[in-house]
Design a protein around this ligand. Structure first.
Ligand SMILES: Cc1cc2nc3c(=O)[nH]c(=O)nc-3n(C[C@H](O)[C@H](O)[C@H](O)COP(=O)(O)OP(=O)(O)OC[C@H]3O[C@@H](n4cnc5c(N)ncnc54)[C@H](O)[C@@H]3O)c2cc1C
Ligand SMILES: CC(=O)[C@@H](O)[C@H](O)COP(=O)(O)O
Length: 652
């Protein structure tokens, strides 16, 4: 497949489809690509339209939600007309029963025990009262998804189901096409609406937040209304009665990454809370269990508006309120694309709120100072080194570096220790694990912002990737991450394909495959390899920028165990050889440089030392000393002693 469409939307959840329908109604040519309509959070949701019951604080998010709730009646009427399907929209109001009398009662309508039981008989005996939110409501989100799908197809949106977008190709600051499991697709404008999966394509801080759900069948007596008429939004659970007699019970909120499935604990928790709220349901038949992944952002606000490239629009991160926010998102994004109209509300939801540039900010959000480099040589406790020769540069992919030591960012006792160590080492290249930075893994929170990327060249690495495909995907994210942090022209990637968790030894075949592909995509590839001279040669032939043979396993501190093979690699390579991993002491660092390695990468030995900045300085000195020694040339080895002082003129 090689096709083009004016606007290409990635993701066929409620957000992608709602935008597609809106754009199409305004005359655009639209394609929607979705790998799996059923996996969407939009199917899993409860369908509450609940800005008030969710207790959103006053501000831009509440304004956005209220605007969307206001748009709902007209929006669903239009969809029902287009699709000829009912979507179960009911502005039924939401009751929020509580078990403790609240301290303050704010503006919302408070109902005492008698009042709330009047609205909803049969509540648990512990309910002491509750709030009444008359304007909140619900929609049957599964029906709504069917209607959106139908409307899109009837309008002539090109809906591609079962197609996965694998990469977003860019040229000169614009998205040029997208690469999919069925070929390349071109458009003029691209909308990224792939929910929780968005950071598989771009480094946005969106993570899956799992929610488990179940449904019961409510008893239906002849000529009687269903026992529950309104949404009950209780402490830790909610009950959403559908007109067809199902009762939806939700939802857990779990930070378990992509762990799928329902668990006994999840379901038990929901049922316990639901029965406490409305005891009669304990005898109703269970119909279904399911789960879904909410697209969560660090501040729980969506990401909306232009992003990364001129012709790329972002619409993701709707977290708990994506069903509610669909109409307003569709309308604002269509205005933006077709009329270049930027609603003032959108300014609160820009993607770059997560990427503060440390150069212009005196203090990062986590309280750590960004790196300052000017005073390094004035630092008191660390000895000074002579200026290295200005002629002797390390050159990788045409880029010059004075320092021949690269460092990492993991395993440090604190961000501050890492910052000081980077400064003390005088390194100019720091490698960062794309995945850990993206997911803000423990120890990596605020890491990207803690380094002054105006001074330090970022070497994104594919740590954590077990296959070539995985590494290629993460490498692409790494390039975006470097761009976001201000290094527009950074195409470096430290390629790690490591299937083996015990020794962390790289997979040579996967590494070669990934390297070939990444070189084709224009990356400067720095592959981490076992010290295998033949593999090193092949990697050089496919166009890698360096090779990075390991001294010994990562983090082992065993030093240079592969000396003979590393020597062969050094001898035969026309590209720089960077000895990476296993270096435990400065003497081992110096040894690698004396052997003729072009550079070193040292992480654990510095980070795990009792005084990381001092060890970093020592490693920097060792790299320089080893390099100077290599350039100076070693004295010849001899089998016998030869006196140091001349023997001529000795007194007999
Ligand atoms: C248990 C639960 C309860 C919820 N309850 C409510 C509620 O009551 N009210 C409310 O307003 N919100 C609720 N939400 C939140 C709401 O469901 C989400 O915010 C919303 O569905 C997000 O929609 P989306 O279109 O952005 O993402 P999704 O619905 O997840 O859709 C994303 C789509 O993109 C596709 N995709 C991903 N990557 C790719 C790729 N690389 N190539 C092609 N396609 C791709 C996926 O297959 C998927 O179809 C709930 C969510 C959950 C999980
Ligand atoms: C940070 C990094 O890239 C490491 O995987 C690298 O290989 C360094 O290894 P040590 O931690 O053994 O120095």
């Amino acid at each position: 497949m090689n096709s083009s469409s004016e606007i290409v939307i990635i993701g066929g959840g409620i957000i992608g489809l709602a935008i597609a329908v809106d754009l199409k109604l305004r005359g655009a040519t639209v394609t929607v690509i979705s790998q799996d309509f059923q996996q969407a959070a939009s199917h899993a949701a409860a369908g509450m339209l609940a800005p008030h019951a969710e207790e959103l604080p006053p501000g831009a998010m509440l304004d956005l939600c209220l605007k969307s709730r206001w748009l709902y009646p007209e929006w669903v009427r239009k969809l029902q007309d287009l699709s000829a399907l009912e979507v179960g929209y009911i502005p039924c109001g939401i009751l929020a029963p509580v078990f403790d009398i609240p301290k303050s009662q704010g503006d919302a309508t408070w109902l005492d025990k008698e009042g709330i039981n009047h609205y909803q008989p049969g509540l648990g005996s512990e309910v002491v009262g509750g709030w009444w939110y008359p304007e909140d409501g619900q929609v049957d989100n599964r029906q709504l998804m069917k209607a959106l799908h139908q409307a899109a197809q009837r309008l002539g949106v090109n809906v591609l189901e079962g197609v996965t977008v694998e990469a977003i190709a860019q040229k000169q600051g614009k998205v040029s096409s997208i690469l999919t499991s069925r070929g390349e697709i071109e458009g003029q404008t691209y909308v990224l609406a792939s929910g929780s999966w968005v950071n598989q394509l771009l480094p946005l801080p969106v993570r899956p937040v799992k929610g488990q759900m179940l449904s019961l069948r409510m008893p239906r007596e002849p000529h009687q209304p269903l026992p529950l008429q309104r949404v009950l939004y209780g402490p830790g659970t909610y009950l959403v009665p559908r007109q067809d007699g199902r009762l939806i019970i939700g939802a857990t909120v779990e930070e378990v990454n992509w762990t799928s499935g329902n668990t006994p604990n999840g379901i038990k928790t929901l049922l316990d809370r639901a029965i406490r709220l409305y005891p009669a349901l304990e005898n109703w038949p269970i119909e279904e269990f399911w789960w879904g992944f909410r697209p969560g952002t660090p501040d729980e606000l969506p990401i909306l508006g232009r992003g990364f490239c001129d012709n790329l629009v972002l619409a993701t991160g709707h977290y708990r309120n994506g069903i509610l926010l669909a109409p307003v998102t569709a309308s604002l994004i269509a205005d933006l694309i077709l009329q270049q109209k930027t609603d003032p509300l959108l300014s609160h939801f820009r993607y770059d709120r997560f990427f503060s540039k440390p150069l212009s900010t005196p203090m990062n959000t986590n309280g750590t100072q960004p790196l300052q480099f000017a005073s390094v040589n004035g630092s008191s406790s660390i000895p000074q080194l002579p200026e290295p020769s200005t002629e002797d540069h390390l050159i990788i992919a045409g880029r010059k570096f004075r320092s021949r030591l690269m460092t990492g960012t993991g395993k440090y006792p604190s961000i501050e220790a890492m910052q000081k160590s980077v400064i003390a080492s005088e390194c100019e290249i720091v490698t960062v694990a794309v995945r850990r930075v993206q997911t803000k893994a423990p120890g990596h929170e605020g890491l990207a912002e803690a380094i002054d990327w105006g001074k330090i060249w970022m070497l994104p690495n594919t740590a954590g990737c077990k296959t070539a495909e995985d590494a290629i995907r993460v490498a692409r994210l790494g390039r975006e991450m470097a761009k976001l942090l201000g290094q527009e022209d950074n195409n470096f990637i430290k390629l790690e394909v490591i299937p083996d968790p015990k020794y962390l030894l790289p997979d040579p075949i996967g590494t070669l495959q990934a390297a070939e592909q990444l070189v084709k995509e224009g990356f400067a590839v720095l592959p981490y390899i076992n010290a295998d001279p033949l593999l090193a040669k092949r990697l050089e032939e496919v166009g890698c920028a360096t090779v990075m043979p390991l001294g010994s396993p990562i983090g082992s501190g065993q030093g240079i165990k592969n000396e003979a093979n590393i020597a062969i690699i050094i001898e035969q390579s026309k590209i720089p050889v960077v000895v990476d991993a296993g270096i435990g002491t400065p003497s081992e660092a110096a040894l690698a440089m004396e052997m003729g390695a072009d550079a070193l990468l040292v992480n654990s030995a510095i980070a795990l030392s009792k005084n990381p900045p001092a060890m970093a300085k020592a490693m920097g000195m060792a790299a320089q000393a080893g390099r100077l020694a290599y350039l100076a040339g070693r004295m010849p080895l001899k089998s016998y002693a030869s006196a140091s002082s001349p023997l001529t003129g000795t007194v007999v």
